[in-house]
Design a protein around this ligand. Structure first.
Ligand code: IMP
Ligand code: MG
Length: 179
């Protein structure tokens, strides 16, 4: 589908699935190389947005690992609210673990800064961030984003897990607001 309508807005295709999957394969290769000697890392995927990315990414991971899902959100409509809610869903101790956070998109960076604080206070051994999408022009923080599958302009996008007020997550391609 070239165009989709979600609520009151229309979107046009901007990143086809093949390109998304190829960028995920490349980022997985970097992670495979960096973690080959690390004891059972834990992937912590941030719901809801990262469910599709986590599924694609983990299929390429070739070392012993665990995956778990957490929930946390700061977004309402098409612009960041600037508020980050608490992180829910840690069901086991993170102490001493090497954690790789799996995120759909890093925008202002608020969410990842909050996540990083929470992980450090849970006494993880090491925490890194892996995001499908990064908006360099919107990023306002100093925290290092370790793995980026794709850099994108500061536009609002949906699909491949990302939503516009909860719609559009199921599409295999990524769409941008058609203005
Ligand atoms: P941040 O805290 O400003 O970095 O925002 C990160 C969160 O905002 C992501 O996990 C997404 O859920 C959401 N988000 C940021 N940009 C977009 C977008 O373009 N489309 C859909 N959701 C977005
Ligand atoms: Mg998210």
């Amino acid at each position: 589908m070239e165009k989709i309508t979600l609520h009151d807005k229309s979107f046009r295709i901007c990143i086809p699935n093949e390109q998304i999957e190829e960028s995920i394969r490349k980022v997985a290769e970097q992670i495979n190389a960096d973690y080959k000697d690390v004891e059972c890392p834990l992937f912590l995927a941030v719901l809801n947005g990262s469910f599709m990315f986590a599924a694609s990414l983990l299929k390429h991971i070739n070392f012993e690992c665990e995956i778990s899902f957490v929930r946390l959100s700061s977004y309402c409509g098409t612009s960041s609210t600037g508020e980050v809610k608490q992180i829910l869903g840690f069901n086991k101790s993170l102490e001493g673990r090497s954690v790789i956070v799996v995120e759909d998109i890093v925008d202002s960076g608020e969410t990842m800064v909050e996540m990083n604080k929470t992980l450090l206070s849970a006494n993880v051994k090491d925490a890194r961030i892996c995001t499908l999408l990064f908006k360099p022009d919107a990023y306002k923080k100093d925290l290092k984003i370790d793995y980026v599958a794709m850099n994108i302009p500061n536009d609002f996008i949906v699909g491949f897990g990302l939503d516009y007020d909860e719609l559009g997550r199921q599409y295999k391609d990524i769409y941008v607001l058609d203005e």
